[in-house]
Design a protein around this ligand. Structure first.
Ligand code: NDP
Length: 310
């Protein structure tokens, strides 16, 4: 059983920034990286809105840099997933998927949020065979192919635009008659000749054979009419679910599973000594920079908590 003053769970901008601050405060943090080291930014391309990079930076490069920066000051990284926690008393106990066990004086939760799927029959088994929630990861496989993408937010617009680099045609399935995306992203997507919007359209079924996805059955929500459409790829970009399941109700969340800090803007949770930062507690801003800022706050609170309780 390894012991630490601070254990950070999660490796996106929030986790790495918390690690940077905690390690510079000589707390020798352990950061447990989770299943997707680097988090959501590793599945994106250009990041143009993280200050300090006038020409932009690739998402994966930004995450590698953040990781290295915290490593320089003594953060230890462990590549596994936390499967169980016991926050009933301090030191807190953590059990990991690889069998590792830890004891921590404080814990910083930075587990982020994961892509949502539609819940259609066969959707999960077709991931990697034509179904994807990450255009930047899988777009490359759809050169000169026809693809459909579900969603009307910024993610869907960004991914649709990205897909036009490869696909011959990108259809965007929007369940209502309006987009939720920011005006600038809407304009960019609408100006792209390869993108066509299908309004008031929901997906009912994914059609497939042994080779993978071959089409989809969609319904027009106004007329109720169902039609089959041929497609090579089916992308889902409908938002995210916070990664709080492993907490088994020990940390207070809202009905969607997002952690609710009881004393905002402080990153404390309902358990003294457990702090939350990044998308796992933020369904509103969800930006790399706001996640990083909240990671800094969580580390400073952990440091002060430790000095007050020593
Ligand atoms: P959003 O929650 O903003 O949008 C989700 C979209 O998916 C909505 O259009 C919603 O439709 C649709 N949707 C939800 N469930 C279903 C369903 N079951 N069937 C069909 N459609 C569905 O999520 P995003 O991931 O797009 O964005 C999250 C946040 O990240 C936002 O704040 C966004 O601005 C930000 N972001 C910023 C980027 C940037 O600045 N470059 C890039 C990407 C994201 P409806 O509107 O009808 O509810």
């Amino acid at each position: 059983m390894e012991k630490s003053k601070v254990i950070i769970i999660g490796s996106g901008p929030a986790g790495y920034t918390a690690a940077l601050y905690a390690s510079r405060a000589n707390l020798n943090p352990i950061l447990i990286e989770g299943r997707e080291p680097g988090g959501q930014l590793t599945t994106t391309t250009d990041v143009e809105n993280f200050p300090g990079f006038p020409e932009g930076i690739m998402g994966p490069d930004l995450m590698v840099n953040m990781k290295k920066q915290a490593e320089r000051f003594g953060t230890k990284y462990v590549n596994t997933l936390v499967s169980k926690v016991d926050f009933s008393q301090r030191p807190f106990k953590l059990a990991c998927e690889n069998g590792d066990q830890y004891e921590a004086e404080t814990v910083i939760l930075a587990t982020g949020a994961s892509a949502k799927y539609l819940g259609l029959p066969h959707e999960q088994e077709l991931i990697g065979k034509g179904v994807s929630a990450c255009a930047t990861c899988d777009g490359f496989f759809y050169r000169e192919k026809i693809v459909h993408i579900v969603g009307g937010g910024d993610t869907a617009m960004e991914e649709a635009i990205f897909l036009t680099k490869f696909a011959s045609k990108v259809y965007v399935l929007v369940r209502s008659d309006k987009l939720r995306a920011s005006k600038i992203m809407q304009d960019k997507a609408m100006a792209n000749e390869k993108i066509e919007f299908l309004w008031n359209t929901s997906t009912e079924e994914i059609l497939f054979d042994q080779s993978g996805v071959t089409g989809i059955k969609v319904k027009n929500n106004q007329t109720g009419e169902s039609t089959e459409r041929q497609t090579d790829g089916f992308f889902v970009a409908i938002g995210h679910t916070p990664n709080t399941g492993f907490l088994e109700g020990q940390i207070k969340t809202d009905e969607n599973g997002y952690i609710i800090p009881p004393n905002p803007p402080h990153p404390d949770t309902n358990v003294e000594g457990v702090f939350a930062c990044g998308d796992v507690q933020d369904h509103y801003y969800r930006q790399a920079i706001s996640a990083a800022g909240s990671g800094c706050m969580a580390a400073i609170r952990a440091e002060r908590f430790l000095s007050e309780n020593e």
